[in-house]
Design a binder for this molecule. Structure first.
Ligand code: GLC
Length: 491
């Protein structure tokens, strides 16, 4: 077979692990380009340079040349740096002090739309400046949604990109712009079409980046097959389901992978006792260490449930909160690690204070406690109301913590119900988003935990599953090719 043609890919994201991260987007934005570059594709990853990155001593060099982005009467001057990550992967940082370089957070500013509007134009100018001539520009989530729009409306400004296709990946449809899309007054709702620079600068605040990404990208995908279906329904379509149904033939689902060089209990530096499937007794030692750290009763036999996630509505914390009276009466322990909604944190702090030997909450999120919780817990709770992909359940599988999940999005694509008779399945799944169904799944997990050899087999099966980037990266290469085909069709 002839070797497949190697592609030139530009990938654009607002956060890239480990440099900048608020969620799973950052992991994917880094690990997919890394996997593609390791397969010999040439990848440029473009992202903003934020204030907190000054402390990271990145091995960057200046890119000769600069750009100016004008918005109304204001001119933003942009400079660039690059970091050669490996032979085929270059990370390019976009600098503007006012919009990014002086900001301690990635999001949360009243002018977030303006910040990423400028970022999108600066990205295109950089690609043109360096004559990168990519086959495809891969845009991740709302913060990059205007790139396909600019490329289509300002073709003449980017002559070297005449043949470049765009792929727009939806990581979470809730976030469509810098503010909440459902709070935009009806009269100001962005129709999603036209030249976004033709609007007065004040209206930049109302641009719906995601809508425009969906309208103008040559191809669209999301991060699991199930979520790709779900977002075409009014229930999970976040107001864009009709538009997504119109583009259904261009909408794909590819499940994310995880980077086993990073998420691996065998060489996780945060663990007192690194382990793998052949040294499971060390997992018990991590459990005792976790119990000690969070000041729970040190007991190797009590089922310990871990939760590592942002404490938000999406992640299903309502179900846990509404079930808490039942949960605390069961013979179990629970450790929650994460940052998030203040009310949720306050709630669990109150419960933990009342039941210090059973429930522990650790906030804010730290990688160290997250690792220890994956390694030290027997079960991993992820009852998300909806979940585009979810990475935590994939990590939990590798760390031998058996996932208990709601049957939605990527959770449903990666976790299957354990059947003690056939001994198939890798976790516990509940269908309806209700406390009753949720508690039944927890009870089933607890019941099965009573049979150590069957449980160990269940754990081992999960640990041996591979959700690496190898297959997803190949699927993305196919999507890039398809995006190119679409591009020439649409031209
Ligand atoms: C978002 C989604 C999550 C997904 C991640 C990476 O954070 O909520 O489900 O795993 O993006 O694609």
């Amino acid at each position: 077979m002839a070797a497949a043609k190697k592609l030139r890919i530009v990938s654009v994201a607002s956060e890239v692990a480990p440099y900048s991260k608020t969620g799973g987007l950052a992991d994917v934005a880094k690990s997919l380009p890394k996997a593609l570059s390791e397969n010999g594709h040439t990848v440029y990853l473009i992202t903003p340079f934020y204030k907190f990155m000054q402390q990271q001593n990145l091995n960057m060099v200046a890119v000769p040349g600069k750009a100016t982005v004008s918005v109304g009467k204001t001119k933003y001057s942009i400079t660039f740096n690059k970091l050669q990550y490996n032979r085929h992967l270059t990370i390019l940082f976009i600098h503007n002090n006012q919009l990014f370089g002086s900001r301690s957070h990635i999001y949360g500013y009243p002018n977030d739309n303006l910040r990423f509007f400028v970022f999108n134009i600066a990205t295109l100018k950089l690609i043109e400046l360096l004559k990168l001539r990519p086959d495809v520009i891969h845009c991740h989530d709302w913060q990059t949604g205007l790139i396909p729009n600019f490329l289509s409306k300002h073709r003449n400004r980017y002559p070297s990109l005449k043949r470049t296709a765009t792929l727009y990946t939806l990581h979470n449809l809730t976030y469509q712009m810098g503010s909440n899309w459902w709070e935009v007054p009806i009269k100001k709702i962005d129709p999603g079409r036209g030249d976004p620079t033709k609007t007065a600068s004040q209206q930049i605040a109302n641009l719906n980046f995601t809508k425009r990404g969906i309208v103008y990208a040559d191809l669209i995908n999301t991060v699991s097959e199930r979520y790709a279906e779900e977002i075409t329904t009014p229930e999970l379509g976040q107001g864009l389901d009709r538009l997504l149904r119109q583009r259904k033939s261009d909408l794909y689902g590819i499940i994310n992978g995880i980077d086993y060089a990073v998420n691996n209990p065998a060489f996780d530096n945060n663990l007192p006792y690194p382990f793998d499937v052949s040294s499971l007794s060390r997992k018990k030692k991590n459990k005792l260490a976790l119990q000690k750290k969070v000041r729970l009763d040190q007991n190797p036999d009590i089922p310990l449930i871990g939760v590592v996630n942002r404490l938000t509505e999406q992640k299903g914390f309502r179900l846990i909160m509404e079930s808490i009276d039942v949960l605390i009466r069961l013979p179990l322990q629970m450790v929650i690690v994460g940052s998030g909604f203040r009310e949720y944190i306050a709630f669990f702090k109150r419960i933990a204070k009342k039941h210090p030997k059973k429930i522990g909450i650790y906030t804010p999120f730290t990688e160290e406690l997250a690792s220890l919780t994956y390694a030290g817990s027997d079960m991993f709770l992820m009852p998300s109301r909806f979940e585009p992909c979810g990475l935590s359940q994939l990590i939990s599988l590798r760390y031998g913590s058996v996932p208990i999940v709601h049957e939605t999005g990527g959770l449903s694509d990666t976790v299957t119900n354990f059947n003690p008779r056939t001994r198939k399945g890798n976790g516990f799944v509940f269908k309806h988003y209700s406390t009753a169904d949720f508690l039944i799944a927890v009870a089933r997990a607890m019941e099965n935990y009573k049979y150590p050899s069957a449980w160990e087999e269940l754990m081992r099966r999960g640990m041996q599953q591979t959700y690496s980037w190898e297959l997803p990266a190949q699927k993305y290469v196919q999507l890039y090719a398809l995006a190119k085909k679409n591009k020439s069709k649409r031209a």
